[in-house]
Design a protein around this ligand. Structure first.
Ligand code: ACK
Length: 922
């Protein structure tokens, strides 16, 4: 019965004329409708219901349909096709003939209602024909078909009946079609909206919620309205394709291989970012190629990346008990910009918990760390790791690190932290104290300074002791004394402790002893004062003569004071040269050496190779192998091995380390540690302009430290030049080329001068060494100044293309190399100091080292380049005391707190500092 017609958005409920046999008529008494077959326009027979009682008045003829199920419809449409006879064309029907009929409906749940009262029907409309016809002449086909549509709201029952009331017209009902409208199933904004029946009223909109299509997710609740005429209106919200899918033709299609989509969005699939791929359809993220990684926080759109390679050129500058570590960023950053560095404390052996890392130990963005509070004279290994966001994902750890081993300097002990008085009498105090927290070496003695509190430090006494206690006698009764204690190690005195005050007990016989004691004390204090005056005068005035000679003296004195310091032994003092070599160098079995390639030549018979050395029980290491080929003379053998005998005596991080020698078979070999970057001069020329000033100063600092060590061992190098410094992969510079022979024979820079018989590397050598072969540590300092110049000028040849004779002449006339380009003033001043004509005026290596350490600690001082005025501040940073102005005796006494002796000295005729200098002990 019900046939839906989707094409015109309607459902037909009834597609034929009502059941119009006579039995179906009602009311039964007025059943005038007749079922008649006629031919339509196309001459096809059709069934119609007709009524034509036009001659009789008061007609009321009803024809009704069967029960029509509503099927969810709320408003139904009734399309009636009919023909109607024009009353005027009928003769003698005036007053009784009508040209309309009435359409009714009745809602009902009953499929077969046997009797329905007329009053139960509700009128839909009176239907008139648009066109009526005048003649019934089927042959001429002038019958006119009318189509009328009416709509009715049917919402209360399951179905309804329709009825047609004729009130005296001449009608033929051809067809009645009953339908309702729907908004058809549709997809809008990736949401499906089902076929929806329109609302009950002509103006009503039915709100419909859509559901997301497959592989899509709701963006905003999808909604649309179904209008009364079956049109969808006002789409709201919608869906996005799920990750791995993109919209194509209203559906979500999987991303193809090589593409991905990470989020639900209206975007399409993206091509996999660099170093990643997707092999299956529907990828939400692309997998990284092997060896590439993605951090948790990396977006899927980011390229896959790699952990960084190891930091480069790690340099360490030791300054007493702190170390400045500086390195260059890794060569490969792995395609990321989040590289950070950390110093591994577990591997930093033996880092204690009190070691300080500034600015920190982990998560560093800078490439410089100062490690302080280290133990003095201790070997440390620092490992600097480079990490980035994918280091953890890649599982890489130790591989991206670089390490450096350093030995901290000797340092003075820390101050004594407390002093106790364990016994007190009227004239004595017994004191005791603990060893300083950081002794930094073996404590050789303690110094106790004390004075009467009232006297302040104007007059004090000093006592020295080897133990941690002292009995101080000869004190005044009932007097408060102030005590300071300091410790001394091989590195010198530490700072005095804070003041500790103790009082002696009261004296039962105060009047008797007081005068004697006071007189005695005055005498002794005066004695001490005068002695102090004399030594201080000698000290200050002699220091004013030379800004460097004072500390030089100190260091010389130190040597006498420290008989434990190792002194270098000249192997040529051994009658049997093999005895020297076996005392200082280890014989290596040639089978444990694996030579790889030749890296240089030395003289006629010498060759330098790189290779590996595996000594039993130790890990394999890279080494340099210097060999002396067959055909050498006895002298050449002796000279060759002397280098190993000398090198074997040294143990310092800035001196090339000897691994051993091969003397029992030929060729003879000297095995040393391998220095990856070769000679300093060539290395600098290769990396012209690539280092920071601090890095250059770091290199110079290393060389100065090595040279200080050599000078402390009383070894004079004689051929210090950048070509004889080797550089390892961490930019650590080490002094090499020992032994007398190569200065004379092998060094291509060495030349004969007119005055000496031996060859000398003129440009690097101090004038007194050229002139009368006075080779000393001071002449090494001159050479060091030239090395400084070579370093700062990145391997430029000193004095360029001047010939040796012109260089000698120029130096004699006072000419000195100018500052290289971009050379900080302080560095050039230091060079000039090294090139003082008087060798006593040159700084010692210890002073040079201190100076460089100061510069490294205050990099700001390196910022002043040559243009901004040379000289005046330099001495301030080197040795502040040389800038003290000319003092009078009075000022000087005041400055050392002994002005009360002014009159005594004046009375004795000492009115100037010069006259004081003439004072002798006698
Ligand atoms: O500049 P270079 O590569 O470094 O060329 C010279 C060459 O041998 C002749 O002396 C190199 N050389 C010497 N000793 C070593 C070493 N211990 N490690 C690496 N290279 C070295 C030097």
């Amino acid at each position: 019965m019900l046939a839906c017609d989707a094409s015109n958005d309607s459902c037909e409920l009834e597609d034929k004329v009502p059941q119009g046999d006579r039995k179906g008529c009602f009311p039964q008494w007025a059943c005038s409708w007749e079922e008649v077959s006629i031919m339509d326009e196309k001459n096809i027979p059709i069934r119609t219901y007709q009524v034509c009682n036009v001659l009789e008045p008061n007609q009321n003829n009803w024809l009704r349909t069967d029960w029509i199920p509503r099927s969810g419809a709320q408003r139904v449409y009734v399309e009636v096709k009919f023909t109607l006879r024009d009353c005027n064309s009928l003769p003698g029907v005036t007053g009784t003939c009508k040209e309309t009929f009435n359409l009714y409906y009745h809602e009902s749940n009953e499929v077969r209602e046997s009797y329905i009262k007329e009053s139960s029907f509700i009128k839909v409309d009176t239907v008139a024909a648009d066109e009526s016809f005048t003649q019934v002449d089927v042959g001429d086909r002038i019958m006119k078909l009318n189509t009328e549509v009416r709509d009715v709201k049917v919402t209360t029952r399951k179905g309804f009946y329709l009825a047609f009331q004729d009130v005296g017209a001449c009608i033929a009902l051809v067809s009645v079609r009953v339908f309702y409208k729907t908004c058809p199933l549709t997809i809008r904004n990736l949401a499906t909206f089902p076929d929806t029946v329109t609302g009950a009223d002509t103006s009503s909109l039915v709100e419909v919620r859509g559901s997301c299509v497959n592989q899509s997710e709701e963006r905003e609740e999808p909604k649309m309205y179904c209008g009364a005429d079956g049109e969808w209106l006002v789409p709201i919200g919608g869906c996005f394709c799920s990750p791995g899918y993109e919209e194509k033709g209203g559906a979500c299609k999987a991303c193809s291989a090589g593409f991905y989509k990470a989020k639900s969005s209206d975007a399409g699939c993206f091509k996999c970012p660099p170093h990643s791929h997707s092999v299956r359809d529907g990828a939400t993220v692309c997998d990284c190629h092997s060896g590439f990684f993605r951090a948790d926080s990396d977006p899927p759109s980011m390229a896959c990346t790699q952990p960084p390679s190891a930091p480069q050129q790690l340099i360490s500058v030791v300054n007493e008990t702190s170390v400045v570590l500086e390195w260059a960023p890794p060569r490969r950053l792995g395609g990321r910009s989040d590289t950070s560095y950390s110093l591994d404390s577990q591997l930093c052996l033996p880092c204690g918990s009190d070691v300080l890392f500034s600015p920190g130990q982990t998560g560093l963005k800078t490439t410089r760390v100062v490690v302080s509070e280290l133990r003095a004279h201790t070997h440390y290994t620092f490992i600097v790791h480079a990490r980035n966001g994918v280091s953890q994902a890649s599982g890489a750890g130790a591989a991206q690190s670089v390490s450096v081993s350093v030995t901290t300097n000797q340092a003075a002990p820390s101050p004594v932290s407390s002093i106790l008085a364990i016994d007190v009498t009227r004239h004595s105090l017994s004191l005791s104290w603990q060893q300083p927290d950081r002794p930094n070496g073996v404590i050789l003695e303690y110094e106790v300074k004390f004075y009467e509190k009232d006297q302040k430090e104007r007059s004090y006494r000093i006592m020295r002791t080897f133990s941690r206690s002292v009995d101080v006698t000869g004190l005044n009764p009932l007097t408060v004394y102030v005590f300071h204690v300091r410790a001394r190690t091989a590195a010198g005195y530490g700072e005095f402790s804070a003041p500790f005050e103790f009082s002696t007990n009261s004296d039962p016989f105060p009047l008797i002893g007081e005068g004697v004691n006071s007189a005695f004390l005055l005498l002794s204090v005066s004695g001490v004062g005068i002695l102090l005056l004399i030594s201080a005068a000698v000290f200050i005035i002699s220091r004013r003569r030379s800004k460097y000679s004072k500390t030089k003296q100190d260091s010389e004195e130190e040597k006498h004071l420290n008989p434990g310091v190792k002194i270098y032994v000249d192997p040529f003092t051994y009658e049997d040269p093999d005895q020297a070599i076996h005392e200082f160098a280890k014989e290596i079995d040639v089978s444990s050496i694996h030579i790889e390639k030749v890296i240089g030549m030395v003289g006629e018979f010498g060759e330098v190779c790189s290779g590996r050395l595996r000594v039993q029980g130790k890990r394999e290491i890279y080494v340099a192998i210097k060999s002396l080929k067959a055909g050498y003379s006895d002298k050449q053998r002796r000279d060759f091995l002397s280098e190993a005998s000398i090198m074997g005596q040294f143990d310092h991080p800035n001196i090339i380390r000897l691994e051993g020698v091969v003397t029992r078979c030929k060729p003879l070999m000297i095995i040393t540690e391998y220095m990856e970057n070769g000679s300093l001069d060539a290395f600098l020329r290769k990396h012209d302009g690539q280092f920071t000033v601090i890095q250059l100063v770091g290199m110079l600092r290393g060389i100065a430290s090595g040279m200080k060590y050599l000078s402390d061992m009383s070894y004079v190098h004689r051929d210090l030049a950048a070509r004889n410094i080797l550089v390892n992969s961490n930019l650590v510079c080490k002094v090499s080329d020992f032994g007398l022979s190569r200065v004379l024979e092998d060094d291509p820079e060495a030349a004969y001068t007119t005055r000496v018989r031996r060859k000398i590397p003129i440009r690097w050598t101090a004038p007194e060494a050229i002139t009368y072969r006075k080779f000393t540590t001071a002449s090494d300092v001159w050479s060091y100044g030239i090395v400084m110049w070579e370093v700062v000028s990145y391997g430029e040849r000193p004095y360029w293309d001047m010939n040796n004779q012109d260089v000698i002449k120029a130096i004699e006339e006072g000419y000195r190399l100018p500052a290289p380009m971009d050379c900080p003033v302080v560095l050039h001043q230091l060079m000039l100091d090294c090139w003082e004509r008087e060798r006593a005026e040159r700084p010692t290596f210890s002073q040079i080292l201190n100076m460089l350490d100061k510069l490294i600690r205050n990099p700001g001082t390196l910022r002043t380049m040559l243009e901004s005025g040379m000289g005046s501040e330099v001495c301030v940073s080197v040795l502040p005391e040389v800038c003290v102005p000319e003092w009078s005796v009075c000022e000087w006494l005041q400055s050392i707190g002994l002005e009360r002796y002014r009159d005594t000295l004046a009375a004795a005729g000492y009115t100037s500092l010069d006259s004081l200098l003439a004072l002798t002990h006698q």
